[in-house]
Write a protein that binds this ligand. Structure first.
Ligand SMILES: [Mg+2]
Length: 409
């Protein structure tokens, strides 16, 4: 079976169910740009996309929440298609520049195709080009699953379980303590055995901001009680000194992990925080390939690896990262961009290597908008199904318009 072409198609639809178009995201997370006053004052609208990205955005003229996302389709001479997404338009342009190398080649030779893309993109070993390679690799695995008429987790050696526990990742919700208590209680009652909350403040917000971060942690812990896993994400927005001040106070709330306390380039700081704080440190969602993750593991910088299947090199590379993690006894819990891809990967790993899945509760309302039967937790777990490939199937009933962003022809 040979690859005969590819295309990226942008889909647009309307997200129903919100009275006020501005209320989808209630709050944002701290961002590295918050060291500047002009960015620190930006609110939840930071998370709302423009028509160029995959997150929902407000259509001012129609006063509606719209979703615009791009899906990649690989075509073959067998008439089978590999689908991956969503991605955004800029990402699709990079897919366009990478994917032409694959046309005419054996679609099932995923190892060789990965190696060709990697060797050809010498300036793309990290960052956006690696995201393009990752999306193409996921589409190739979808293709392979459809060719063999098997779900991808079977081709990867799974399943190791019939269902995977998901943790509720609470990006986009209010961090007001009363709201946190209410939502944390609701998520626990919905069956989730773990939750992750996102700090809104970093060093630029001073003592007040730190106090509010601690109030968030306290509210969440009070709501769920002891013996319940709580995680907190700093999204690379703290400094070493701020983290050294905050983490000992957060230790009182017994976090399962503190995530990305400092910028991903500060490997030594991560290692030092991990050693001195005695609180587990998670990270790696903004690192790429086995070589990037290997450096983090060699420096003993992480307790949990969070490489993203759609960013760090695709399913092909995430398998290697899981092997690395297992050699260091550090679990790999991929960042939650694509639940579909992560589900298949995780279902083919030992529960000791990949115990749980990230499920971004609010974000996936938009992110999985165009998917038919998307993977969603029920009673805190996501059950495997038998659909061939990755199960990334477009629900045509919600597609209002489509535009071809790129194609091989
Ligand atoms: Mg994170």
């Amino acid at each position: 079976m040979k690859i005969t072409g590819y295309e990226c198609v942008e889909l647009t639809g309307t997200l129903e169910g919100y009275d006020d178009a501005r209320t989808f995201y209630e709050e944002r997370l701290a961002i590295p740009l918050d060291v500047y006053d002009e960015f620190r004052s930006i609110g939840a609208e930071y998370l709302m996309g423009t028509d160029d990205v995959m997150t929902p955005y407000v259509d001012e003229e129609r006063d509606e929440i719209r979703v615009t996302q791009t899906y990649l389709r690989l075509e073959t001479d067998a008439g089978i298609e590999g689908v991956a997404g969503p991605i955004d338009r800029e990402w699709a342009r990079l897919v366009d520049s990478v994917a032409s190398l694959l046309v005419g080649r054996d679609a099932l030779a995923t190892e060789k195709l990965w190696d060709l893309m990697y060797r050809n993109e010498i300036h793309g070993r990290k960052g956006k080009t690696m995201k393009a390679i990752s999306a193409i690799d996921c589409a190739l695995w979808d293709l392979k699953g459809k060719y063999y008429d098997e779900p991808v987790y079977r081709l990867l050696g799974g399943p190791t379980r019939t269902e995977i526990p998901a943790y509720a990742s609470m990006l986009g919700y209010s961090v007001d303590p009363a709201d946190v208590r209410e939502r944390a209680t609701t998520m626990k009652a919905a069956g989730y055995d773990a939750q992750k909350w996102f700090f809104r403040h970093g060093p630029g917000s001073g003592t007040d901001g730190l106090e509010q971060n601690l109030e968030l942690a306290e509210a969440a812990r009070n709501a769920v009680g002891d013996d319940y896993d709580l995680m907190f994400d700093c999204w690379m927005s703290w400094t070493r000194s701020y983290a050294e001040r905050a983490i000992p106070k957060l230790a009182d709330y017994d976090p399962r992990w503190i995530e990305e306390p400092v910028h991903p380039d500060r490997l030594d700081q991560l290692a030092r925080l991990r050693e001195t704080s005695h609180v587990p440190i998670a990270g790696g969602e903004h690192e790429y390939t086995r070589w990037g993750i290997h450096q983090l593991l060699q420096r003993e910088a992480l307790d949990v690896v969070q490489a993203d299947t759609f960013w760090a090199g695709g399913i092909t590379e995430l398998q290697r990262i899981c092997t690395l993690g297992s050699a260091h006894d550090v679990p790999v819990i991929p960042h939650g961009h694509s639940v579909s891809a992560n589900l298949h990967l995780t279902a083919a790993q030992s529960p000791a290597v990949s115990p749980i899945l990230e499920y971004l509760v609010k974000w996936n309302e938009g992110f999985q908008f165009f998917l038919e039967d998307p993977p969603e937790p029920e009673d805190g777990v996501i059950s495997l199904d038998d659909r061939p490939g990755l199960g990334i199937v477009i629900d045509e009933s919600v597609v209002e318009s489509r535009t071809q962003v790129c194609s091989s022809s």
